[in-house]
Design a binder for this molecule. Structure first.
Ligand code: HEM
Length: 249
């Protein structure tokens, strides 16, 4: 057959039964919704503000702290071990560096996270304890996203915010990954090597959709926080009376 004659690439060798293919398929619609949140549109239009980015970093801090704690704690679990790449992927330290850059040394006292972020982190801790085999869904959503669209967003963010160097943008940089595309292929093949019962597989796919949903809710909540503070600032300037505005650090 024609296809058999072709030298197949790793991507072409994947089948419909592969977790990496199934997860991409079931989250396709959610990905479109995530891309079209106001926050992600601001990024894509090159209009992301420092206020948006700083607030996003605060939420990413709590999310990666919960995700990476759960992955570390389950690093020997058969559903986690194949996709456990802390040296290449871990984001927490980079985010902490960025937070220190923007907020100063006492950043821990200054960070604010909306309710949606707390719900997302709660879920991550819960599955870390009760269903570690679902962690692959969350790791996929965040890390493969960071290695895909995230790479473009980092460059856009630098321009939009007029940052001269990469200071404050460590989150987007993966020094341990020389080729994001090759690494994504490796990651997909590791995902496909995880042995799952039919029930567990369905659970993972459901969890991936849920993971996108958590991210969408975080972005929407962040945007709401920003709109409230902007409206309050506006109304205090139009009425020229010293109203107390919502203080975002
Ligand atoms: C993949 C763009 C937001 C998660 C991708 C790819 C692009 C992209 C171009 C590569 C597609 C491919 O290789 O076939 C964007 C843009 C975004 C955005 C422009 C917003 C401005 C997000 C968000 C998440 C996410 C918010 C999750 C929280 C993913 C994942 C993949 C991916 C998991 C890997 C898909 C796979 O190969 O299985 N994105 N993305 N993306 N993105 Fe996004």
């Amino acid at each position: 057959m024609e296809t058999e004659k072709k030298t197949q690439t790793a991507a072409e060798q994947m089948t419909d039964r592969d977790l990496s293919e199934q997860i991409k398929k079931v989250t396709k619609e959610s990905h479109v919704r995530a891309e079209n949140t106001q926050l992600m549109l601001s990024f894509q239009k090159g209009q992301v503000t420092l206020a948006q980015y700083k607030l996003l970093l605060c939420s990413l801090h709590d999310i990666y702290q919960a995700l990476e704690e759960a992955l570390d704690r389950n690093s020997n679990h058969p559903g986690v071990a194949p996709i456990y790449f802390p040296a290449e992927l871990a984001r927490l330290e980079s985010i902490e560096k960025d937070l220190e850059y923007f907020y100063g040394q006492d950043w821990r006292e200054k960070i604010v996270v909306p309710a949606a972020t707390k719900r997302y982190c709660h879920r991550l801790r819960q599955i870390g304890k009760e269903n570690p085999e679902f962690l692959v869904a969350h790791a996929y959503t965040r890390y493969l996203g960071d290695l895909s669209g995230g790479q473009i967003l980092g460059r856009i963010a630098q321009k939009s915010m007029g940052l001269k160097s990469n200071d404050g943008l460590s989150f987007f940089a993966f020094p341990g990954v020389s080729s994001p595309n090759l690494f994504k292929q490796l990651y997909r093949s590791r995902m496909n090597s995880v042995e799952l019962t039919e029930e567990q597989r369905n659970g993972v796919l459901e969890e991936a959709v849920r993971s996108f949903e958590f991210n969408i809710q975080v972005f929407e909540d962040l945007q709401k926080m920003l709109s409230v503070s902007e409206n309050q600032l506006q109304s205090s300037s139009t009425h020229s009376k010293p109203e107390k505005s919502l203080q975002l650090p």
